[in-house]
Design a protein around this ligand. Sequence first.
Ligand code: CAA
Length: 258
Amino acid sequence: MEFKYLTLSKDGNVGILTINRPEALNALNRSVLQELDAALDELANDKDVYVIVLTGEGKAFVAGADIAEMKDMTPEEAKEFAETGSRVFRKLETIDKPVIAAVNGYALGGGCELAMACDIIIAGEQAKFGQPEVGLGITPGFGGTQRLPRIVGTKIAKEMIFTGGTITAQEAQRIGLVNKIVPPNTSLQTAIEMAKTIASKGQVAVRNSKRAIDQGIETDIDEGVKVENQLFAKCFESVDQKEGMTAFIEKRKPNFKN
Ligand code: CAA
């Protein structure tokens, strides 16, 4: 599919998805969400893509949902908009491959929510995070009230959402929102390097690990351990398990087939 607001490229087994609307700091309007939806299907179905890197073109990752487009929405239209964004973000979160967000600049509102729907966040030193929605007279609408407290706890999430304040990459790392901080304008490069490391492992094992973590965290420890036990056993159906362990015994590098 041809995209107006996205670019899709590949580096080995890494799919790189860039939101490309820098004139509006990559703000998410209906068209961008529609394209993201289609691009995620394309990446999900591409057997050569093992890991996805998501980034934004220019000085922002994403500065939020498009305020100009939302301004005159009726409550019904706003509900539909929020449901669309939430569905697309859930598709991103549950895609059967790891997703790394490379956050080069502003990740505000829907942008912070988009980064939180990714598995790992790499931030440039100059990146800024926040949920400024209450300053516009709205709540976060693409999952911010749900994912932020799950990641950083209710106290910090409430402070961030109630005050609408913006935090630095350093503060975001301190509260557990960001995995790694890298020098300015190197977040994409670092994310691709990390993606390649992940892509070099057994992909059945990587995908099953993602499932075990995401399903387990939504349940109690006993159920979570059962999920892990099943997914662990499932790995033994794969050629990669045989290859990974044989390679260890033979003191050589594994040649995974995935
Ligand atoms: N929606 C629409 N347009 C946006 C936008 C947004 N969220 N963020 C930035 N833009 C546009 C600006 O209107 C401006 O366009 P023009 O050049 O045509 O005037 C352009 O992008 C550049 O932005 P600025 O001139 O404002 O850039 P700056 O460097 O001075 O400031 C900023 C950067 C602090 C990020 C500022 O743009 C800003 O505060 N943006 C809005 C952030 C925000 O409130 N996000 C939450 C949106 S609501 C939401 O996301 C709801 C939800 O959860 C679903």
